[in-house]
Design a protein around this ligand. Structure first.
Ligand code: PGA
Length: 233
């Protein structure tokens, strides 16, 4: 079986002002002076907090990501940030197309909604095909796909590990069709939706679940650090 590095990614969403972000980042750096072999850790704070968090975690084995990016390089796009800006602030990852962006900020995939009448697996497969269409990758680490059933986000209801595997496995098959077996076998597919210390181990025990995108539980350093440790056990 391919040996993928697990990714435990914290999505802080719109939480933590600069002082609060600094505190949480310090707590995380303290709680995670090292991470288990085979596990990578990422935090995605709000854009306004990125520089502060970068300063606080730079000595820790924690990567930094943004929650949104605009595709143009520069110009008159009020309120947006470019890839270059995020990279220059220390980001190596960015969440793109989160379901909250789709719901509240019109990042829709309309042509697909028409087809939504099919099963949930088909729906997700179609979202992956549309979301990654035209993407050229040379290394599997360039893409991470997060499967998050919307009914599980922030609700405390987690999909069973079997349900997560069913959809993550279907995503892997789709990635194979799109990018070929070798690249697809190296791409991380995460589960998200009320992932927490109590369920992370069973989720990542599934063959196609390569970590988690963590909202609520990433706002408490102890919970998030515990997830990282449990993922590595
Ligand atoms: P949650 O959020 O862990 O709070 O359910 C996950 C996400 O939406 O990224």
């Amino acid at each position: 079986m391919p040996n993928r590095t697990l990714l435990i990614a914290g999505n802080w969403k719109m939480n933590n002002n600069v002082a609060e972000a600094a505190k949480l980042a310090d707590e995380l750096a303290q709680a995670l002076p090292e991470v288990p072999a085979g596990v990578e850790v990422l935090v995605c704070p709000p854009t306004i907090d990125i520089t502060t968090v970068h300063d606080r975690i730079q000595a820790a084995p924690i990567a930094l990501g943004a929650q949104n990016v605009y595709w143009e390089a520069k110009g008159a796009f009020t309120g947006e940030s470019s890839c270059d800006m995020l990279k220059s602030a220390g980001c190596t990852y960015c969440i793109i197309g989160h379901s909250e962006r789709r719901d509240y900020f019109h990042e829709t995939d309309e042509s697909l909604e028409v087809r939504e009448a099919g099963t949930y697996v088909e729906h997700v497969v179609n979202q992956v095909k549309a979301g990654l269409a035209g993407l050229e990758i040379t290394c599997p680490k360039q893409v991470v796909v997060a499967y998050e059933p919307i009914w599980a986000i922030g609700t405390g209801k987690t999909a069973t590990a079997e349900d997560a595997q069913e959809v993550c496995g279907a995503i892997r098959e789709t990635l194979k069709e799109m990018f070929g077996e070798e690249l697809a076998n190296g791409i991380r597919v995460l589960y998200g939706g009320s992932a927490k210390p109590g369920n992370i181990a069973e989720l990542v025990a599934k063959p196609d679940v390569d970590g988690a995108l963590v909202g609520g539980a990433s706002l408490k350093a102890a919970d998030f650090a515990s997830m990282v440790v449990k993922a590595g056990e």
